[in-house]
Design a protein. Structure first.
Length: 95
């Protein structure tokens, strides 16, 4: 496991967010936050600047950083296009 990744994760409190991590290892084990054993990811969380353990059942999406950035760029471009078109349509209708 090498390189930075983004994981969309739901923690034990039900809070979901994208996390920027550097994966270190996958393992089978226990956690005080979950019932029973499961697969876990040990990773360095770049935003929290600390090692964190993520239960893999709660990782909903996993992408490498380059793919995440490309998707973000595409989404921003689509949003700008929608804003431009809607403002243009609004101006045309007023005339």
């Amino acid at each position: 496991m090498e390189g930075e990744a983004r994981v969309y994760y739901t923690n034990w409190r039900g809070e979901s967010s994208w996390r920027r991590v550097v994966p270190r290892k996958l393992f089978w084990g226990n956690s005080p936050y979950h019932d029973g054993e499961g697969h876990y990811l040990l990773a360095f969380d770049l935003d929290r600047k600390a090692m964190r353990t993520f239960r893999m059942d709660d990782v909903h999406q996993w992408v490498d950083e380059a793919t995440y950035q490309a998707r973000l760029k595409d989404a921003r471009e689509r949003e700008w296009q929608k804003l431009f078109v809607s403002s243009f349509v609004h101006v045309v209708k007023e005339e």
